[in-house]
Design a protein around this ligand. Structure first.
Ligand SMILES: [Zn+2]
Ligand SMILES: [Zn+2]
Length: 280
């Protein structure tokens, strides 16, 4: 069975984070390791690290990842933003490593007119630098919706970035169902689903697919807009998620919900996903 879970807030502390993960049957948990809308945050306290480790041990959580700050842009030609983004991602990876988390998800960023080729070069250089400074942990490039001049909405972008990264065993992809749908990869029918997945496998490769963000989309197909919706209530529709959770290729892959809502909502979504599985 895929490892189902959700993005959960750490604002009530780590003990509450794991207690609520258990209450809503989240076996996979994504967190922000610091305030995602600020460049700087206070370092992790030793005491809260201990709380984290103890609470996690007692919980049913099997997989965790950090989502990096929304401010990051590793593609930009603006050196100030670029360097701040690199430092912020290194800081996220350090926090992840202190907490015993391997994977940090990042949205590549926008080239703001410089073009895809330069943008791809820029981010791959950033990742090579980051891996030379921070020796632990993986970076997961997230598929994006393709808003504005963002990179990462085409599978080719991800392949090209990965091909330029030296430490290949530390670079992976997080596939967001809302973003890819908005970017023009359809999964609404079984045949579209298979076509898109085969394309991903051919271009990027399933060996690089480490995590799913499972979100429906508030916007129609190919609109290049990023707005998440509860599963089955958006333009993707529930069938697609049925194909996904029953796909034996992703049997052990974590699938994380990123929908605005309360813990109870996530619980219902996870129950729905499990119900879809039984329909097999
Ligand atoms: Zn996502
Ligand atoms: Zn999104």
């Amino acid at each position: 069975m895929p490892i189902f879970g959700a993005h959960l807030s750490i604002s009530s502390g780590y003990d509450e984070l794991f207690a609520s993960a258990d209450r809503i049957d989240c076996e996979a948990v994504q967190i922000f390791a610091k305030n995602q809308r600020q460049w700087e945050s206070a370092p992790l306290a030793v005491s809260s690290t201990a709380v984290f480790k103890n609470s996690r041990k007692e919980s049913n959580v099997k997989y965790m990842n950090v989502h990096s700050s929304y401010l990051l842009n590793l593609v930009t030609m603006n050196d100030e933003i670029y360097n701040k983004s690199i430092s912020s991602l290194i800081d996220d990876m350090k926090r992840a490593s202190i907490l015993g988390i391997e994977d940090t998800v990042v949205h590549p960023g926008s080239h703001l007119g410089a073009g895809d080729t330069l943008g791809i070069l820029r981010i791959s250089e950033a990742i090579n630098f980051i891996f030379s400074k921070e020796k632990q942990g993986n970076i997961l490039l997230e598929t994006t919706a393709g808003q504005g001049t963002s990179i990462g909405w085409k599978f080719d972008h991800l392949r090209d970035i990965i091909s330029k990264v030296k430490q290949k065993d530390r670079i992976f992809v997080c596939y967001d169902t809302c973003h890819t749908f908005a970017a023009g990869y359809d999964i609404r029918t079984k045949s579209d689903y298979e076509k898109t997945m085969n394309e991903f496998d051919k271009i990027v490769g399933f060996s690089k697919l480490k995590l799913f963000h499972i979100n429906d989309s508030k916007n129609e197909f190919n609109t290049r807009k990023d707005r998440h919706e509860f599963l089955g209530r958006g333009y993707i529709g529930i069938d697609a998620f049925g194909y996904l959770v029953n796909d034996s290729r992703f049997e052990n892959t974590p699938m994380i919900l990123e929908v605005p809502g309360e813990a109870e909502d996530f619980k219902k979504e996870i129950q729905n996903l499990k119900r879809l599985m039984k329909k097999k």
